[in-house]
Design a protein around this ligand. Structure first.
Ligand SMILES: NC(=O)c1ccc[n+]([C@@H]2O[C@H](COP(=O)([O-])OP(=O)(O)OC[C@H]3O[C@@H](n4cnc5c(N)ncnc54)[C@H](O)[C@@H]3O)[C@@H](O)[C@H]2O)c1
Length: 324
C-alpha cells in the first residue's frame, strides 16, 4: 500500500517532535512542511528532500497530500482544521482542539460531516503510565478509586514563536495549554465531574497556575498545572489511591511501591527544547491515527466529541475559578 503523504504545518517545538517521530511511523511519510519561519524549517528538514512552504495555501496548492498534521499555535487550530477537512484532507491536530467551547462545537460539526478522519493529538492518552492508570481504574484490580492527584509542573514556556504561549488570547493560558493534558485524561476516563472548584492566577508576574478540584461522587480529583517564573524542570506526575493500594507516577511508575516496567517506544533523540513527557506517546498517537486512516477504521480512542468535551471542562474550570 502506498504511504500516506503528510504535510506538516508548523515545525516549531511540537512540530519538530512530530517530524522526527514520522521516521518510525509505518504507512505514512512527511512530504511537505509549512512554517512562517522558512529558514528555521529548512534547517530542521535539511538533507531529506522535503519541500518547505511559507504558507498553508502555498503548500496545498503545490504538494499532493492526503493528510495534514497541524502543529501551529493553538489559536490557529480551529480555522486550519475546518479549512483542511472541508478541502478533503485527513487531519491530525495538536491539542487543544480550539481555544473555547463555541469553537470546539463548530469544528466538531465539520468533523462529523466530513468523510475524512480527524483526531486531536491528546498524547497523554497514549502514554504508557496513563494507559496503565486507566486500566487499574477500569479493571478494579485495586478496588475503588479513592483519590487522584495529577500535576504538570513547569517553568515558563520560553520557546514559543512570538511568545504566543504566554499570551492568554492566543494560547488560553496554562489551563487550556498545559493542564488540559490531565483534565482531558480525567474526562476521558471518568467523564464530566459533578462539581468543580478551581483557582487560577492568569499570567501574573510571569507566573500562571491553575488548580482544579473535580468531584466525582465521593472521589476528589485534583489537576494542577503551572508555568512558574522559576527555573523548574518539567514534571508530569500523579498519585492515585485506591481501596486496596496505590499507583504513582513520579521519577518512575510504581504500584504499591514496586516499580512497574512497561514496554514502550523509545523517545526520539533530538533536543526539542520544549516540555515533552517522560515517554514517547507521540509515536503511538501518530501511528494510531495513520493506521485508522489506512485501514479506514473509526477513530474511537480519541473522538472529536471527547476532545470537545475536554475543552468544555477546561472552560468550566476557568469560568468557575477564583482568580487569585
Ligand atoms: N502534546 C504536547 O505535549 C504539546 C507540547 C507542546 C506544545 N503542544 C501544542 O503544539 C502546538 C504548537 O506548539 P509549539 O510548542 O510547537 O509552539 P512553537 O511556537 O514552538 O511552534 C509553532 C510553529 O508554528 C509556526 N507558525 C506560526 N504561524 C503559522 C502559520 N500561520 N502557518 C504555518 N506555521 C506557523 C511558528 O513559526 C512555529 O514554528 C500548540 O497547539 C501547543 O499547544 C503540544
Amino acid at each position: 500500500m502506498a504511504k500516506l503523504r503528510v504535510g506538516l504545518v508548523g515545525i516549531g517545538g511540537m512540530g519538530g517532535c512530530h517530524f522526527f517521530n514520522y521516521d518510525q511511523v509505518e504507512g505514512a511519510e512527511i512530504v511537505a512542511v509549512c512554517d512562517v519561519r522558512t529558514e528555521m524549517a529548512k534547517e530542521k528538514v535539511k538533507g531529506r528532500g522535503i519541500k518547505v512552504y511559507k504558507s498553508l495555501s502555498g503548500m496545498l496548492n503545490n504538494a499532493e497530500l492526503d493528510m495534514i498534521d497541524i502543529c501551529t499555535p493553538s489559536y490557529l487550530h480551529k480555522d486550519m482544521a475546518i479549512k483542511l477537512l472541508k478541502k478533503g484532507y485527513h487531519v491530525l491536530c495538536e491539542k487543544p482542539m480550539t481555544l473555547n467551547t463555541k469553537d470546539a462545537k463548530k469544528l466538531l460539526a465539520v468533523a462529523k460531516e466530513s468523510d475524512k478522519k480527524f483526531m486531536v493529538a491528546h498524547v497523554v492518552r497514549f502514554m504508557a503510565p496513563y494507559i496503565y492508570l486507566k486500566s487499574v481504574i477500569e479493571s478494579g484490580e485495586l478496588g475503588k478509586l479513592i483519590r487522584l492527584d495529577m500535576k504538570r509542573i513547569s517553568g515558563i514556556p520560553a520557546w514559543s514563536w512570538e511568545d504566543w504561549m504566554r499570551d492568554e488570547a492566543r494560547s488560553g493560558g496554562v489551563a487550556t495549554d498545559l493542564s488540559i493534558h490531565d483534565i482531558d485524561f480525567v474526562q476521558s476516563v471518568l467523564g464530566m465531574p459533578d462539581k468543580i472548584t478551581s483557582y487560577t492566577t492568569g499570567i501574573k508576574n510571569n507566573n500562571d497556575y491553575v488548580v482544579s478540584n473535580l468531584q466525582y461522587g465521593d472521589v476528589l480529583v485534583t489537576c494542577e498545572g503551572t508555568w512558574y517564573n522559576a527555573p523548574i524542570g518539567f514534571k508530569a506526575t500523579y498519585l492515585a489511591v485506591f481501596q486496596d493500594g496505590y499507583v504513582e507516577l513520579s521519577d518512575k511508575l510504581y504500584k504499591n511501591g514496586k516499580e512497574v516496567v512497561i514496554d514502550q517506544p523509545e523517545a526520539q533523540e533530538a533536543d526539542l527544547g520544549i516540555n515533552v513527557g517522560n515517554d514517547n506517546g507521540y509515536l503511538t498517537e501518530i501511528q494510531y491515527f495513520v493506521d485508522c486512516v489506512n485501514n479506514n477504521k473509526a477513530i474511537e480512542y480519541v473522538t472529536p466529541e471527547s476532545s470537545a468535551k475536554s475543552i468544555e471542562l477546561v472552560d468550566l474550570i476557568k469560568k468557575k475559578a477564583t482568580r487569585l
